[in-house]
Write a protein that binds this ligand. Structure first.
Ligand code: DAT
Length: 171
């Protein structure tokens, strides 16, 4: 389960579900940045308002650098503007309808403030804009993530993309 979010993000859209399933079917490595930060205590202070630790983005980047240069890594996080652009060949932003998302977050026991902030963020597509601002537009893709069939479609689509990428880069 995801931890806290200093910046309003979009937890509950299905990043971890997709990332892990994709890793298992593709053989790529899976890294959950929230877990990595928790394990290494890669924090820089505490956010009282959101009641959660503040991510130390520089230390996260340092921690991941070696793995990322080797390649073949799926990175799961609700933000992407602090990662080096050269790390990624493709970026996916999952999109869940507000009503569906509300139910998922409520199930997680989010309080009203957290619910409101996170839903608001989804409405304004903050993360999609952030991704477009951080990477070349043509590598940023939005994927629907409302129902199990979406998950299956997304996985198949990404697996095809990986296959093509490998073909294009093996010679
Ligand atoms: P995130 O990692 O973005 O916080 P998650 O992978 O933990 O999200 O998923 C949140 C919940 O939603 C979890 O109970 C699984 C469910 N879920 C994920 N993708 C889904 C989909 N395409 N259809 C229905 N439920 C989905």
């Amino acid at each position: 389960m995801e931890g806290c979010h200093r910046k309003p993000g979009t937890p509950g859209v299905g990043k971890t579900t997709l990332g892990k399933e994709l890793a298992s079917r593709s053989g790529l490595k899976y890294v959950n940045v929230g877990d990595l930060a928790r394990e290494g205590q890669l924090y820089d202070g505490y956010d009282e308002e959101y009641d959660c630790p503040i991510l130390d983005e520089d230390r996260v980047v340092d921690e991941l650098e070696n793995q990322m240069s080797e390649g073949g890594v799926i990175v799961d996080y609700h933000g992407c503007d602090f990662f080096p652009e050269r790390w990624f060949h493709i970026v996916f932003v999952l999109k869940t309808d507000n009503s569906v998302l509300y139910n998922r977050l409520e199930t997680r026991g989010y309080n009203q403030k957290k619910l409101k902030d996170n839903i608001q963020c989804e409405i304004f597509q903050v993360l999609y804009e952030e991704a477009l601002g951080s990477y070349k537009e043509e590598i940023v893709h939005q994927l629907p993530s409302n129902k199990p069939e979406d998950l299956e479609d997304n996985i198949n689509q990404i697996l095809k993309w990986i296959e093509q990428w490998v073909k294009d880069h093996s010679s």
